[in-house]
Design a protein around this ligand. Structure first.
Ligand code: HEM
Length: 486
């Protein structure tokens, strides 16, 4: 056990209200608390130096294997999220090129066009919408398109998204019960899940095989994440096996779809509840250099790099509502944390690091519970947002995408997606709160979702007035409009 902590097993207290439990236990016992949780020895860490030791400095000693509270699934297989040791290292090395800046910029096309489609259809009028549900559909479309590009036929697309939705419903059901029923156990929902997995595998292996055939011996440049992964080789000229590729593709879907939807939904909730912030963000988006906006009709990667206020809004949302509110590791050996004043952590102990608690520590964040994008502006004037998202941030207590070698490989993807989607929306739509509704509560499951998996907002078209005549650009007619938040 570690530090001082409450006596007895606290699993029921934790399950009843995980966030209040975390806040209270850290207030009472400090930055390193030894707990017994469902029979497991657990150390809850919120001390910045100890968290850094676990996630960054001694990352090899604190592995993922054996982490009691983060079970894998046959959907994501042995992909990056759960693999460990040499297998993880090789897979991460082979996957990294697919997440370099230029690669991410190429996926921005899918982000912009899916958003345009949503704005032209379900979000075209005024009304009340469940933005959590809308963003889940949007990010599923974006992630699937970024993964497979044009290699996905309409039929395969329907098969993949249908199977993924069945799997996500299955996981949501399992998470809400609080019990983990093994996937092999013959229950009706396990049966449906396995049927969906079989259909998904046949579609995904079909796409992998046909694209591998097309790329063999050709000099094509990569068009999507699948291409990037297919073309990646280690120092011996060897790529990923077919099975590893399937597992990584599904891992990216699992890890990247809902987390991004949650971030977008929370951001829109903050914008609706803080109209002055929304007005400032919309004004910034409206002032983007027009020629770049016109090229693709949606703000381009270069445009969103300039939108410092919008970036600050996203960073502040990730501070107060980190979708990954807790991350876990397992001590591979007996190890001392920090100075020798603390008792040793025994091999097999689970360590939980909580961005939720660290992001609202009053020692590091003035007025921690207040949504204040302005707190980021000086930092963003000096450094790009990505610098704040690595290495636990400037103050050492900001880690919405984790930290160290196992940090989120999709950080750049998620930030680009959030900024492109939000900038596109703020040009067209105004978010308002539903009369009488308070700011939605957070429901910590595997991720930090809005309570009841619903987030209702009122939406109205943003008043646009024409500032200049229509222009012809790249063969398509585009209107220059200016937005007005009145
Ligand atoms: C707002 C959106 C996102 C958040 C908050 C988020 C958060 C995180 C966090 C905290 C981790 C580290 C977990 C740990 O230390 O145990 C992680 C890992 C990971 N994320 Fe994300 N993520 C997001 C979006 C994405 C996207 C868009 C992708 C892919 C397209 C992605 C793919 C992954 C993968 C593969 C890992 C495992 C990396 C490894 O262990 O090598 N994530 N994510």
């Amino acid at each position: 056990m570690h530090g001082t902590g409450p006596g007895g097993d606290v699993v029921l207290e934790f399950l009843r209200s995980p966030l209040s439990f975390l806040d209270r236990i850290v207030r009472q016992h400090g930055g390193s608390v030894g707990l017994r949780l469902g029979g497991e020895h657990v150390v809850l860490l919120t001390d910045p130096a100890l968290s850094r030791q676990v996630l960054i400095d001694q990352a090899d000693t604190f592995c993922k294997e054996g982490t009691a509270f983060f079970p894998g699934s046959s959907l994501a297989g042995n992909g990056l999220l759960v693999s460990d040791g040499p297998l993880w290292r090789r897979q991460r090395q082979l996957s990294n090129p697919a997440f370099r800046r230029t690669a991410i910029e190429s996926y921005a096309q899918a982000m912009g066009s899916a958003t345009r489609q949503m704005l032209a259809t379900s979000w075209s009028g005024s009304g009340r919408r469940d933005v959590y549900s809308d963003f889940n559909a949007l990010t599923l479309q974006i992630t699937t398109e970024a993964l497979f590009g044009k290699n996905l036929s309409a039929e395969q697309g329907a098969k993949v998204t249908g199977a993924i939705q069945t799997a996500f419903e299955f996981f949501a059901g399992r998470a809400s019960t609080g019990f983990i029923i093994p996937e092999w156990f013959p229950t009706p929902d396990n049966f449906l899940y396995h049927e969906a997995m079989a259909s998904l595998d046949s579609a995904v292996y079909g796409i992998i095989d046909s694209r591998q055939g097309e790329l063999a011996g050709s000099a094509q440049s990569p068009q999507c994440l699948l291409d990037n992964l297919l073309m990646s080789e280690d120092e011996f000229g060897r790529g990923m096996s077919r099975e590893a590729l399937r597992d990584e593709l599904m891992t990216l879907l699992v890890a990247g779809q809902e987390t991004s939807a949650i971030l977008l939904a929370w951001t829109c909730a903050y914008l609706a509840h803080h109209p002055e912030v929304q007005a400032r963000a919309a004004e910034e988006v409206g002032q983007v250099q027009l020629p770049q906006v016109l090229e693709g009709a949606e703000p381009s990667p270069a445009n969103v790099q300039e939108m410092r206020y919008l970036q600050a809004v996203v960073l502040e949302t990730l501070r107060l509502r980190p979708p990954a509110y807790i991350v876990g590791r397992c001590a591979a050996i007996d190890v001392t944390l920090g100075s020798h004043q603390l008792p040793k952590v025994c091999a097999g102990t689970t360590l939980l690091v909580s961005p939720w608690v660290m992001h609202r520590d009053p020692q590091h964040w003035p007025q921690p519970e207040t949504f204040q994008p302005e707190r980021w502006l000086d930092l963003l004037a000096a450094k790009p947002a990505m610098a704040e998202l690595s290495n636990m941030g400037s103050n050492g207590v900001y880690l919405p995408f984790g930290a160290g070698p196992r940090n989120c490989i999709g950080t750049g993807f998620a930030m680009m997606e959030a900024l492109v989607v939000l900038a596109s929306m703020l040009r067209k739509v105004r978010f308002l709160t539903v009369p009488g509704e308070r700011f939605p509560a957070a429901d910590p499951r595997i991720t930090l979702r809005p309570a009841s998996c619903t987030l209702l907002l009122e939406m109205h078209p943003r008043i646009q007035y024409q500032a200049a005549p229509q222009v012809e650009l790249m063969g398509s007619r585009t209107e220059i409009t200016m937005t007005n938040d009145c």
